[in-house]
Design a binder for this molecule. Structure first.
Ligand code: CP
Ligand code: NVA
Length: 314
């Protein structure tokens, strides 16, 4: 397996290995030898980022390498150089390329032309590094994921798609509650369901937030307006998503030991109340901190040939 473009690129065995190694890196950031000693890792981000950018840069430094950030305007891509030429050239300098961009198709073209690992740092369709972090956090909190169910309330976006795939790979049930107008991507959910059929878990969708939250071990939400969503539709999205806000009542319907998750950035008063995200059941800062061990793990595992992958539709 060369690249991590979607969570479903991983096999169930790969996912287990990633979570095991990430738990080691979370306990000791110097767990493995410095695989990137004197190597460059290119980050190409065309969208803003706090966590993904900085956790990845920290991960590269921990592994002995040096990160370089290349925004859309830094590269000749912005002046018409092709994705393929860019990917081939960067591959001759960098040990890996980490890309945050809008189009999944552009990312796939990038990965096909690159001769080094390409890692998806968020596209409009997927956010695999986040989803692995989410399952790592749940494993740290609960110890064992058996019999657990995640409730995702909000917009059917990139985070929801990758979370469903990661849950399925880990054999964890998930219920996504989104308005009918903003459903999760059907292809990503069909893939998650195919995986779930092999791990004995379920991937359910409803438009009823109460049904999703009832008895869940984790309640998860994300922004209502993603970076890839048209700004002119923001007001309509917020109106449709208001019934999906995670507040104390929603959390009270979940299991007594349930935790609250959010990939961040958060908007208090929109997708989550301040009482919930700043309350005792919120693990969002543990979750954010876990982005670094996951970035270290994915780099180590891809560069070290530890992942075998699974060919699937995305
Ligand atoms: N969760 C996440 O990916 O955050 P950033 O957009 O800040 O990287
Ligand atoms: N769904 C959000 C996630 C941000 C980390 C977005 O794409 O903007």
């Amino acid at each position: 397996m060369k690249d991590l473009l979607t969570t479903a690129d991983l096999s169930t065995a790969d996912t287990g290995e990633v979570l095991r190694l990430a738990q080691c890196y979370a306990a000791d950031p110097d767990h493995e030898p410095m695989l990137l000693h004197n190597r460059l890792v290119a980050l190409h981000f065309t969208k803003p980022s706090t966590r993904t950018r900085v956790s990845t840069e920290a991960a590269v430094l921990r592994l002995g390498g040096s990160p370089t950030m290349l925004t859309g305007t830094d590269l000749q891509l912005g002046r018409g150089e092709t994705i393929e030429d860019t990917a081939r050239v960067l591959s001759s300098y960098a040990a890996a390329i980490i890309v945050r961009t809008s189009s999944d198709e552009d990312l796939t073209r990038f990965a096909r032309a690159a001769t080094v690992p390409v890692i998806n740092a968020l596209t409009d369709g997927h956010h695999p590094l986040q989803s692995l972090t989410d399952l790592l956090t749940l494993r740290q909190v609960f110890g064992d994921l058996d019999g657990r169910r995640i409730a995702y309330l909000g917009a059917g976006n990139n985070v929801a798609a990758s979370l469903a795939q990661a849950a399925a790979l880990c054999g964890v049930d998930i219920t996504l509650a989104t308005p009918a107008a903003y459903p999760p991507d059907p292809t990503a959910i069909a893939t998650a369901r195919r995986i779930a059929a092999t791990t004995g878990s379920t991937v359910d969708w409803t438009d009823d937030p109460e049904t999703a939250a009832r008895g869940a071990s984790a309640v998860y939400t994300d922004v209502w307006v993603s970076m890839g969503d048209p700004a002119e539709q923001a007001a309509a999205r917020r109106a449709a998503l208001t019934p999906y806000q995670v507040d104390e009542t929603v959390l009270a319907a979940a299991a007594p030991d349930a935790v609250f998750l959010h990939c961040l950035p958060a908007h208090r008063g929109q997708e989550v109340t301040a009482e919930v995200i700043d309350g005792p059941r919120s693990v969002v800062f543990q979750q954010a901190a876990n982005r670094q061990p996951v970035a270290q793990t994915v780099l180590t595992a891809l560069l070290g040939g530890k992942l075998h992958g699974q060919r699937r539709d995305r």
